[in-house]
Write a protein that binds this ligand. Structure first.
Ligand code: FES
Ligand SMILES: [Fe+2]
Length: 443
């Protein structure tokens, strides 16, 4: 009877607060408040105010009739009415209760119910502001910076913003769990073979069900999980990518299937996993379609959902049980998974390493050391590595697992060595070198 351990193991461990907390004042929330994050789709914002919640803060996002976007604290500083009932005007948003008018940067422009000569009102307008955050609209997403204004970083420029031959479709997907659970899936490239390749039938393309050889890389705050699979006569190198704290990419979902040559195809998505609060998060992203991304026929709402989570999102429990996707895997853990209750294995190396680093960066910040930004210098374009490459390399008379792993390493080395080139030169160089590698069979 010694195997029955239900009673012994019925007390659940506590979650790790350092890494799971996102609210203001918490160390984790403070760390996240050093970066630009997307907060909504541009298409959601209009002169009808929209209430959103980001990093545990209730906010209202709106557009003035002059097309300026404002992101402000939800409650009016006069007597706390919600600005979601406010009216958008030329210069800002007017509270419904007593008509105070606020500019997108939080300045109190008018307090109309008060005596125009009131010193008290003039003094308040002079010294006090509604809480507001800087925003910028880019490619259909609206980004905001929620940190201390004197520490605002430059908006990072990733090479993925400019990949030629890609049509970008903004999308937003909600998850009912802590942001770390969604991030974990990116640093866990082996789950694709099971969740997306075996447990649910085939959610993506054919070769996904093969279990590959894993290799993890850490450069600066970039974390890469490379999964190299053998699919018949082909070797498929697929790279998942995380740039801290929450920028993620991977290979394509549908374009590469390990059965035909592909050189340095780029990620199906360029996305950020943004905490709504400790128990919820959103993926805000572009689905990348075209020659270097996923096939253009997936450029629709359903396509984005399938790329994001392996399945469409709104389904019945029965459908979810038949074909669980990422949402089921990560939400099923509960809203904040207790890491102390896990039993991590060598395939979880990527998960282990990036979590440890985030915790270290949170601690460093508590001690006064600011966390690194993804861009090293001014005007830097950040080179990303999420991709897939498929080369025709039939088996040889050697240990095939070692052989395919060495091919994965060679492909990664090629990418790293080309890091300093311009985007176009790097692309051309990597593609030409992969073609040569395949032709000569030398890795
Ligand atoms: S509560 Fe907003 S103006 Fe009074
Ligand atoms: Fe997944």
């Amino acid at each position: 009877m010694k195997n029955f351990r239900g009673y012994k193991q019925s007390k659940l461990p506590k979650s790790d607060e350092t890494i799971s907390q996102t609210d203001p004042i918490t160390p984790g929330g403070e760390y996240l408040r050093r970066y630009w994050h997307p907060v909504s789709l541009a298409s959601e914002i209009s002169t009808t105010p929209l209430q959103i919640r980001i990093l545990g803060e209730d906010l209202v996002i709106f557009k003035t009739t002059e097309n300026k976007i404002g992101l402000v604290h939800k409650n009016c500083p006069h007597r706390r009415a919600s600005l979601v009932y406010g009216k958008c005007e030329k210069k800002g948003i007017r509270c419904c209760y007593h008509g105070w008018l606020f500019a997108p940067d939080g300045e109190i422009l008018e307090t109309p119910g008060e005596d125009p000569n009131s010193k008290q009102a003039a003094n308040l307008r002079e010294t006090f502001k509604l809480g507001a955050y800087p925003v910028l609209e880019f490619n259909g997403l609206v980004f905001a910076y929620l940190g201390p204004i004197e520490k605002i970083p430059k908006f990072p420029h990733y090479d993925a913003f400019d990949t030629p031959g890609i049509t970008r479709r903004p999308y937003k997907i909600k998850y009912n769990c802590n942001w770390i659970q969604v991030l974990d899936a990116i640093m866990d490239p082996v789950h694709t073979s099971f969740l997306h390749g075996q447990s649910s039938g085939l959610q993506f393309s054919k070769g996904f069900a093969e279990v590959g050889e894993l290799e993890f890389f850490e450069t600066g705050i970039q974390y890469l999980g490379c999964n190299t699979r053998r699919v018949d006569d082909y070797v498929w190198v697929r790279v998942n990518e995380l740039i801290l704290p929450n920028f993620t990419q991977a290979g394509s979902a549908f374009a590469a299937d390990g059965t035909k040559t592909r050189y340095f195809g780029r990620s199906s998505f360029t996305r950020w996993v943004v905490p709504v609060d400790d128990n919820h998060c959103i993926a805000l992203a572009w689905g990348n379609f075209g020659e270097r991304g996923d096939p253009i026929e997936y450029n629709n709402k359903e396509g984005c959902e399938r790329i994001e989570a392996g399945e469409i999102m709104d389904r019945t429990l029965e459908e979810k049980q038949k074909r669980p996707g990422d949402a089921e895997a990560v939400e099923g853990m509960g809203s904040i998974s207790a890491h102390k209750g896990e039993h991590l294995m060598p395939t979880d190396y990527g998960v282990m390493v990036y979590r440890r680093r985030i915790k270290k960066l949170i601690k460093d910040l508590e001690e006064g050391n600011e966390p690194p930004q993804p861009q090293k210098g001014k005007g830097d374009i950040i080179k990303t590595n999420g991709q897939d490459t498929v080369l025709r390399v039939p088996k040889r008379n050697i240990d095939d697992r070692k052989f395919i792993k060495s091919i994965g390493s060679a492909v990664m080395k090629l990418q790293f060595d080309a890091e300093k080139m311009s985007i176009k030169d790097r692309d051309d160089h990597i593609i030409a070198s992969l073609s040569k590698m395949e032709e000569k069979g030398v890795f």
